[in-house]
Design a protein around this ligand. Structure first.
Ligand code: PMP
Length: 465
């Protein structure tokens, strides 16, 4: 029996995990043979596993623990609200004080006139609600043909049928039936993969033209919306060329196509602002979706924010026998909204956004050192989002074969050295808690450098590389 510092019986937990837990997003065959990583506690930007190993959490839970672990203030807010009123349905005209206050507080941060908040249970349901809202609105306004949705390859918007259908990672799209008849994927605006010799400006022109051409091909009267993450997060932290977000937003305006900015990852400080759309990308979307950093992951919550104009259309239904039939038992959950309020208190009081604007460039600059390694093809990102793309042949940007298990091996190498990263085939992704210190950033870079080098050496030794 492997009993650790925390009094957990690791082997017994691991066995129960194998027997009873269905893990998301993994080859379940592998969970039979690989030892699980069981995380038991966290403090600041670090977590400790059930064997007593402390690690810098380079993943931020899953892009979400923005204010860091172990915040008593959030725990207390959750406990207090649970004791006072654990739950009440938000359906109809019922509300709770934390949900009302939190909605108003979010509205104050939103760009333009996005003053109306619909709470959901997470990011997928925020995206789903946004798309269903657009559909409802167009049908209600007597424009049932305006139903086509434009999105992009390598986007990730969620795991419900509709949000998965607008997602575009090829590896995720093969094995389940998705909605395809009115959803269209544009090529990804990934500067690293632009044609040889093409300037960034010309690449930007081409990607913006992809959107306009698609709208014209479908007919603007048939296109409902364009949905886009400002940076494509799970698709590999893809940073579109400068000006792309603003120009695509202008095209949408021109053709009366709604723009949904999916800020599930980029919101709540990760790019140095509560919402990045306006201050970073100079866009005022019609709808913003958010989750994750909304409560720093302490409890599940998501939201969509819609503009005055769209909200006015919603309220025009009064007495006409139609309404936006969408919502969840746990929409506007009072405990989650109380957690969200405490989370925002911390973001404001500790100037977490300012801290990101100060330390984010340092993080990017230090991570860029990894480009010195000949197996690193690209290092890209912004503030506290970064992706290291591994390459089998740097010059030709060759994607390593899957049997190298490249990023997974790096994850395994880094763990015992005190760093957790997110492996995604040949990509290593980092999105640490925003409270990570400069010393922890330095350690992250050093460990990752070593890990990548050691895996490359192993691959060479095994005759694979
Ligand atoms: N949108 C984006 C941009 C995301 O990254 C994610 C999750 N990684 C989602 C939506 C879905 O959020 P959730 O997992 O909370 O449903």
């Amino acid at each position: 029996m492997d009993t650790n510092n925390f009094g957990f019986d690791f082997d017994a937990l691991a066995e129960k995990d194998r027997d009873h837990m269905i893990h998301p997003w993994v080859d379940l065959g592998l969970t039979r043979t690989r030892e699980p990583l069981i995380v038991v506690e966290g403090e600041g930007a670090t977590v400790t596993d059930a064997k007593g190993h402390r690690m810098i959490d380079g993943i931020g839970g899953m892009w979400c623990v923005n204010v860091g672990y172990g915040r008593n203030e959030i725990a207390e807010a959750i406990a207090e609200q649970a004791r006072r009123l654990c739950y009440f349905s938000p359906f109809g005209i019922i509300a709770t004080p934390p949900s009302i206050d939190f909605a108003a507080r979010l509205a104050a941060y939103a760009p333009g006139d996005l003053k109306h908040v619909f709470f959901t249970t997470g990011g997928s349901t925020a995206v789903d609600s946004a798309l269903r809202f657009v559909s409802f609105r167009n049908n209600f306004l007597g424009k049932p043909k305006k139903k086509h949705i434009i999105t992009r390859e390598y986007a990730y918007h969620g795991s419900t049928l509709l949000s998965a259908s607008v997602s575009g990672k090829p590896a995720d799209r093969g094995n389940m039936d998705l909605i395809t008849d009115y959803i269209h994927h544009l090529p990804v605006p990934n500067p690293y993969r632009r044609p040889e010799g093409m300037s960034l400006e010309a690449f930007c022109d081409a990607k913006v033209a992809d959107l306009e051409n698609k709208i014209l091909e479908l007919g603007p009267e048939n296109v409902a919306c364009f949905i886009a993450e400002p940076l494509l997060a799970s698709g590999g932290v893809i940073v579109p060329p400068p000006g792309y977000q603003r120009r695509t937003w202008e095209i949408c305006r021109k053709h009366d196509v709604l723009y949904i900015s999916d800020e599930v990852v980029t919101g709540f400080g990760r790019l140095g602002h509560v919402f990045a759309s306006k201050p970073v990308f100079d866009i005022e979307p019609d709808i913003i979706t958010c989750a994750k950093g909304l409560t720093s992951g302490y409890v599940p919550l998501g939201a969509m924010l819609v503009s005055d104009r769209l909200f006015a259309d919603l309220t025009a239904t009064a007495g006409k026998g139609q309404f936006f039939a969408n919502g969840y038992t746990y929409s506007a959950h009072p405990v989650a909204c109380a957690a969200g309020m405490a989370n925002l208190d911390i973001i404001e009081r500790e100037d977490i956004c300012g801290r990101v604007r100060e330390n984010g460039p340092y993080f990017q600059q230090r991570m860029a050192e990894l480009l010195e390694l000949d197996m690193v093809g690209d290092v890209r990102g912004s503030q506290f989002m970064v992706c290291v793309e591994l390459s089998a042949d740097k010059k030709n940007k060759t994607v390593p074969p899957t049997n190298w298990d490249y990023a997974w091996r790096i994850f395994e190498k880094c763990r015992p050295k005190g760093l957790m990263v997110r492996p995604l085939s040949h990509l290593v992704i980092l999105s640490p808690p925003l409270v990570i210190t400069r010393a922890q950033i330095d350690e992250t870079v050093e460990v990752l450098k070593q890990g990548i080098q050691e895996v490359a050496d192993d691959l060479t030794r095994e005759g694979l590389r």
